[in-house]
Structures are given as C-alpha cells and as structure tokens.
Ligand binder design. Structure first.
Ligand code: FES
Ligand code: FES
Length: 178
C-alpha cells in the first residue's frame, strides 16, 4: 500500500468496472466515499460504516470486501467492481439480478447492491452451494424490509441458473472442438 504522510489529497487510480479512473483522496478517506464523492459511482451504498451491515460490499481484484473498511489508498492500482458493472447494460441484467426481480427479493433496495456483489463472488467460487452455505453468506448482510425468504429463494435459483448456463456453454464449446 502507498504511504502518505501528509493530510494533502493525493491522486488515486483504480480500474472501476473495467474503466481506468482517477480521483483525489486524503490518507483516511474510505473507498466508499472515494467512489461516491470523487468518482460519482453512487451504486455502492453506505449503512453502518462499521463492517456489519454489508451494504457497502464490492469486489476488489475479484474478492468481495467491505468498502467501508477499506481506504481509498488501499485500492490504488487495483480492480474494483461495483454494482454498476454487474450487468452488461441496464437492459441485460445478470442472472443474479433477474432472480432477485423474479422472486421480489428487494423492496427499498438499500441492501441489494451489497448482497449482489457478495454473491457474485461467492457463486463464482462455489457454484453449487447448499442452503446452509447461502444462509451463512447472507448472514453478513442486513436487510430491514424484504425478509430473508425471498432472498434465499432468489439466491438458490440464481445459483441453479448460473450452473445451467455454464454447463450449456461448456457443451457448446465441446461440440465446436469436435
Ligand atoms: Fe460497510 Fe455497513 S456500510 S458494512
Ligand atoms: Fe430494503 Fe433490504 S430491500 S433493506
């Protein structure tokens, strides 16, 4: 991590959802504030700012992390993925987002970006989770209005859909190579 000894802002460059972006950050500025205030990426929400509620979850170099427990300087030179980059476009939702939509897994939507970013990492590492594993990851997120039944249903359904798409892709690749 870069060492900054003064309170003067310094330039921080990250690859945000595949795009190189630069802004200014002071030594103690949180990554969430840097994204929202400096880069205008307001999709990452801020709740407790203590690492508890999960609203600020994003991916750094592919791994889900709390944006409120990360300094902007710690992200310098790294890949940061946020909810804004989860789907190819606003008309082409990801499998996770579609499952949330189908199962009414959100109401106010405040917790939603964090949950989606958490599970985009989790399901990439564990494509065939059981309910206990999904509950465990979901336990790192506080949702105050939807209720967890819809969330569980959406997450299990998204995992199944992602497995189906991935096996179809593998089958198509195998057929091409034969
Ligand atoms: Fe980061 Fe609550 S705002 S965990
Ligand atoms: Fe409102 Fe989760 S949808 S807090």
């Amino acid at each position: 991590m870069r060492r900054v000894t003064s309170e003067e802002p310094v330039y921080v460059t990250i690859e945000l959802n595949g795009r190189r972006m630069t802004g200014r950050a002071t030594a103690r500025m949180l990554l969430t504030d840097f994204l929202r205030r400096e880069l205008g990426a307001t999709g990452t929400h801020v709740g407790c700012e203590h690492g508890v509620c999960g609203a600020c979850t994003l991916r750094i170099d592919g791994v889900a992390q709390r944006g409120c427990l990360t300094l902007a300087l710690q992200a310098d030179g790294r890949k940061v993925d946020t909810i804004e980059g989860l789907s190819a476009s606003k008309d082409a939702l990801s499998a996770l987002q579609k499952a949330f939509h189908r199962n009414h897994a959100l109401q106010c939507g405040y917790c939603t970006p964090g949950i989606l970013m958490s599970f985009s990492d989790f399901l990439a590492r564990n494509p065939d989770p059981d309910e206990r594993e999904v509950r465990e990851v979901l336990g790192g997120h506080i949702c105050r209005c939807t209720g967890y039944a819809g969330l569980m249903k959406a997450l299990m359904e998204a995992a199944a859909e992602m497995r189906r798409v991935s096996s179809e892709t593998t089958d198509a690749e195998l057929a091409k190579s034969q």
